[in-house]
Design a protein around this ligand. Structure first.
Ligand SMILES: [Cu+2]
Length: 268
């Protein structure tokens, strides 16, 4: 029985470790400036935790077998633990967790607490059950006022966001259903939510942030490659959560300018 349990524990350990080592279900290719650091931090965390996991499960299997019940086995002795050992592994764990947090906090804070570059591209991203809307400020560089009482999600587009037509700054605002940005330039994301908490997740950009009703959350990222990248809602936000899918198109500056001008022209 001890041997069977050892085999089960080691097999579970082997297979669960295998899928991480073989990268069977892994992150998509990273396409932003923060991706390299985040991926390295991610890998380091997995390697360290993997070593601890394999060592602990290996020892567990071994002990299950070694201390099995058998004829002539010494009488069991129960201990109340070893204070010295407990202090050692608690301190080691604390050092590991705090250390990894401090290492990661820099890139985390850089996207959130440091303001976006003055030349960044502002895009307001609004999550509502169950779609993403993207708003660009237009040639005046200013977002018009959006009023909660004017919001009408069933109408879609500008009306969904509650743009106030009386505000001159809102005249040239462009609202789209896909997000398009130029490559190599910082994108300032202003995150809003209409109804419940959503989470704006762009795996290829290694970008994820909750959108909270009543808050305008400013963050930024810099795409480094052109292409189409998926946007998902990473917060279980209701029955239609599964279809809250969007697209991020990263294009050249030229293409971006043309696209935005065409959206602008459509408004007139
Ligand atoms: Cu959502």
């Amino acid at each position: 029985m001890g041997l069977a349990l050892l085999a089960v524990i080691w097999l579970i350990t082997f297979f669960s470790t295998y899928f991480f080592v073989a990268k069977t279900w892994w992150l998509p290719h990273g396409a932003s400036t923060a991706a390299l650091f985040i991926d390295n931090q991610f890998a380091l965390t997995y390697v360290l935790m993997g070593i601890v996991f394999v060592a602990a499960q290996g020892a567990l299997g071994l002990f299950v077998w070694q201390y099995r019940d058998r004829a002539g086995a010494p009488k069991v002795e129960y201990s109340h633990g070893n204070t010295k050992l407990e202090v050692v592994w608690t301190v080691l764990t604390a050092v590991l967790f705090v250390g990894l947090n401090l290492m990661g906090s820099n890139v985390w804070a850089r996207e959130r607490f440091a303001p976006a570059d003055p030349g960044s591209v502002p895009v307001e991203v609004t999550g509502m059950q169950f779609a993403w809307y993207f708003r660009y400020p237009g040639p005046d560089g200013k977002f018009g006022i959006a009023k909660p009482e004017l919001e009408d999600p069933s109408a879609g587009g500008e009306a969904a966001l509650g743009l106030d037509p009386a505000d001159p700054a809102s005249k040239d605002d462009v609202v789209t259903g896909i997000m398009e940005v130029p490559v190599g330039r910082e994108v300032e994301v202003i995150l809003r939510a209409h109804d419940v908490i959503h989470s704006f997740f762009v795996p290829a950009m290694r970008f994820k942030q909750d959108a909270v009703p009543g808050l305008a959350i400013h963050m930024h990222f810099t795409p480094t490659e052109t292409g189409d990248f998926e946007i998902a809602c990473a917060e279980l936000c209701g029955l239609g959560h599964y279809k809250m899918h969007g697209m991020l198109k990263v294009v050249s500056q030229d293409e971006f300018d043309k696209w935005l001008a065409a959206r602008e022209a459509e408004k007139q």
